[in-house]
Structures are given as C-alpha cells and as structure tokens.
Design a protein around this ligand. Sequence first.
Ligand code: SF4
Length: 78
Amino acid sequence: MSDAPQLVVAVDQARCIGSGLCARTAPADLALAPNGRALPTRPATGGSAELTEAAEMCPVEAITVRDATTGALVAPVW
Ligand code: SF4
C-alpha cells in the first residue's frame, strides 16, 4: 500500500480559459470537460511531477492541489 499523501485537485471554473495545457501535461489528473473547461479526473490523487507542473503552468492560476487532510496548498508553489 502506498503511503503517498492524498491530494485533492480543484479547478476554478470562473478562471479557466480552456487552454487545455493542464490536460496535456497531466492527463491522469486533469481533462477538458465538454464545456471546454478543465476538471479533475478523480476525487483524490497521490500527485505527480506532471500534476505539479500543470498547476504551476496554468496561465490563469486556476488549478490548486491541496492536501486532502489538512487543506494545505501543495501546488502551485513558486
Ligand atoms: S491550464 Fe488552466 S486555463 Fe488551461 S485548461 Fe487547464 S485549468 Fe484551464
């Protein structure tokens, strides 16, 4: 069993401009919905370099990755 921290991904639908950058960078965790906005693909994730990169690359800072237990912001961090 993995002891990786359980993380929760959120996308601010009001901010997302549908560039698709995150879905291409971290397809395991983010995908474009039919309305053209990105959505998390699963309720929780162990995280990955790709997910961190996606959160940090979003041009409008719409993605947040948080510790599911504490709510602490894991990405983006600059
Ligand atoms: S990178 Fe940001 S703006 Fe682009 S689709 Fe993902 S959440 Fe939306």
